[in-house]
Design a protein around this ligand. Structure first.
Ligand code: WT7
Length: 657
């Protein structure tokens, strides 16, 4: 991490205490209560998690051992039998919640639907039975490539119900990216829709699936289940493709949840790392169920009367943990929205809050910054008084954006939970508990009970107060990833050996820079590796470089992030062409389109510079630091002595792009 990032962040002195009315009714009511829970958890984590597992979840069979830790491989609640679909559905049917709204769906354009717990249970059972009929067995992998419609959640819960492992692929990924993930997971079936609405346009999801399964594609896939959403014409391959709406009513809604071993694989979710190939992050059943459940309860302070809205797409971990599993396990009402703010409807988010009386709203800093840009008049023209709690996730939130969120959306009444976590952690790790922990704009504040976090140097020693270092976790927790699918060595190397074990203690390396202030509050600075955060989406520089190099004109490519006011970072690519190709505007366009085709629109470079050569060390490693300076339009500073050919920098400076 460069020191300049740390020095440039002004000391933030504002402190916001939870209001008494909020604290009185909250699950965790005071700083003292938080501290006492935290200390108790730290003194005996296994006892702490075991008590919660007993109180908060239904078990078919209790575990024999809380934690089996063979670093870096953890097993939680060993010997237990549990089903997360049972915990999200069946157990609520035995209570008054049976007819409570489980899922409120606000669709585009103008559709909406509400499913009670009983109705959601019924549809999940039907889809689960259909999956079985189509040959899906316990342990099989199922791909889910869906728009934000209730059937996306139904598909996840149906897989969980019969013990199939789901792998959800964000609908914004291209056919090529979908294929890679289906191949890696060896998926047996794919659940998709004819299309999905995305900002006034239709995304042809089924067509992308067809491409992903075409010659040389994902050959493990035997069946495709298609949900009708947009009604457009699509090709259906006889024997492989089936319509959900045609089969649903022929199928029994009687399907008992399969008792799963605690450590059976619940899902794989692919995320970007520092190499060109995304990692399949593996999460298992019991620990994930407990961790997503209890973090939802305490951090979002879920009450039975709340309408809770997490804006994340189910293609990301936030959608898994905080739009589907966490809220449903708590018996809450979760809202799902298919739309997104766009020129034709810039105030749509505020309309949804007003229409459904949303009480808890959880979104990303990049969204907040775009709301600011669209103007205060939009939220001010709606009644947002139902809101009582706000949340943010995905990247550091700048204090100005925090203050705007607090004032304009929260009416200076709602606490803000700035939640730090990752796909790998399964749930929120560092966060305020809203009735207990005073907040500072821009800080994720303190670790969740049971999480032993630290800021360390590369030797694993804690750094001084306010000194920059690496964010680390020093003890296993139930929601932690268990493995990289099919690549345990990569798991070990990436997360547990970057900082070598110290005195036999393994240290989880998160890939983020951070500092801790005099109150012990964490300030997360952003990634310290070659991973970018573009509009809240995590994407590896190497992934985009591989995509560029796969184009016939490209000899070499280097990709860096450039600071961007709304998106956080913008993708900038430096490309050297093969001799027979000439630089041109058309070629730039073509290369951008090529990246969209290889990965998806979320990876489209904002800018491409053509250059004769890239700055490299004598051993041939690209020095991205220089390119970052160049992309940001800053003067080059720092040591250039490692550079093999200094002339390269002068050429970049002359703006050969
Ligand atoms: C990376 C994880 C799991 C949340 C959605 C993104 C960054 C996440 C914060 C926050 C500062 C944050 C980190 C992290 N990040 N939340 N509150 N403050 N940075 O999940 O795609 O796995 O990305 O997002 O850099 O490592 P993800």
């Amino acid at each position: 991490m460069s020191e300049s990032t740390i020095e440039s962040s002004l000391p933030e002195k504002r402190l916001f205490h939870p209001r008494a009315e909020f604290s009185q009714n909250a699950h965790i009511k005071s700083l003292e209560e938080y501290k006492s829970i935290y200390d108790r958890a730290k003194a005996d984590p296994e006892q702490f998690w075991a008590e919660l597992a007993e109180q908060e979840l239904h078990w078919f069979q209790k575990w024999d051992k809380v934690l089996d830790w063979q670093p870096p491989f953890a097993k939680w609640f060993v010997g237990g039998k549990i089903n997360i679909s049972y915990n999200c559905l069946d157990r609520h049917l035995q209570t008054w919640r049976k007819n409570k709204a489980a899922l409120i769906w606000e669709g585009e354009p103008g559709d909406s639907r509400t499913l009670t717990y009983a109705q959601l249970h019924r549809e999940v059972c039907q889809m689960a039975n259909l999956l079985k009929q189509l040959g899906v067995q316990k342990g099989d992998r199922v791909g889910i490539y869906m728009p934000m419609i209730p059937e996306a959640a139904i598909a996840m819960l149906a897989c969980a119900r019969i013990g199939a492992t789901h792998t959800v692929v964000f609908g914004g990924f291209s056919a090529e990216a979908l294929k890679d993930r289906l191949v890696d997971a060896q998926a047996r079936l794919v659940i998709t829709a004819d299309g999905g609405w995305r900002k006034d346009a239709i995304v042809p999801l089924k067509q992308q699936v067809d491409k992903a399964l075409a010659d040389g594609g994902a050959t493990s896939v035997e069946n495709v289940l298609v949900v009708r959403r947009t009604g457009q014409d699509i090709d259906m391959l006889p024997g492989r493709d089936r319509w959900w709406h045609e089969l649903q009513h022929t199928i029994s809604a009687d399907c008992a949840a399969e008792p799963m071993d605690s450590e059976d694989m619940l899902f794989i979710l692919y995320t970007s790392g520092t190499t060109g190939k995304p990692k399949g992050v593996v999460h298992t059943t019991a620990g994930y169920n407990l961790y997503s459940h209890i973090t939802t309860k305490w951090i979002f302070d879920i009450q039975d009367t709340d309408v809770y809205w997490c804006t994340a797409d189910i293609g990301w971990i936030t959608g898994h943990s905080y739009a589907v599993y966490g809220p449903l396990s708590n018996g809450a009402t979760t809202l799902m929205y298919e739309g997104a703010p766009r020129a034709s409807n810039p105030g749509c988010m505020w309309d949804v809050i007003e229409k459904h009386g949303v009480n808890i709203f959880y979104t990303a800093p990049t969204a907040i910054r775009s709301f600011i840009k669209m103007g205060d008049h939009l939220p001010k023209a709606r009644n947002l008084s139902s809101l009582r709690l706000l949340g943010t996730v995905g990247e550091p939130i700048n204090p100005e954006a925090w203050m705007w969120y607090y004032r304009v959306i929260g009416g200076e009444r709602c606490p803000i939970v700035d939640t730090w976590w990752q796909t790998e952690t399964g749930g929120i790790m560092i966060t305020p508990l809203p009735g207990a922990i005073p907040t500072k704009p821009g800080s994720a504040t303190l670790p969740f009970p049971g999480i032993i976090a630290d800021v360390v140097n590369l030797e694993g020693d804690s750094v001084e107060t306010n000194e920059g270092g690496y964010l680390a976790v020093k003890y296993p927790w139930p929601g932690m990833m268990r493995n990289v699918y099919g690549d345990p060595e990569r798991f070990r190397r990436t997360y547990w050996e970057h900082i070598p074990p110290k005195d036999g203690q393994y240290i989880y390396f998160a890939g983020d820079g951070a500092r801790r202030d005099e109150d012990g509050y964490y300030w997360v600075m952003g990634r310290v590796d070659d991973v970018m955060n573009v509009a809240g989406h995590r994407i590896g520089t190497m992934e985009i470089e591989s995509a560029l190099v796969s184009h016939q004109a490209v000899a070499e490519a280097a990709v860096v992030g450039k600071p961007d006011e709304i998106k956080g970072q913008e993708i900038v690519a430096f490309v050297t062409l093969k001799n027979s190709y000439d630089a041109s505007e058309e070629l730039k366009k073509e290369l951008k389109q090529h990246v969209v085709q290889e990965i998806g629109a979320l990876a489209r470079p904002g800018e491409i510079f053509f250059t004769d050569a890239l700055p490299k060390t004598r051993s041939g490693k690209i020095i991205r630091r220089f390119l970052r300076f160049h992309a940001a339009g800053q003067e080059l500073t720092g040591d250039t002595s490692t550079l093999e050919d200094r002339g390269v920098l002068d050429k970049l400076r002359e703006g050969e792009g």
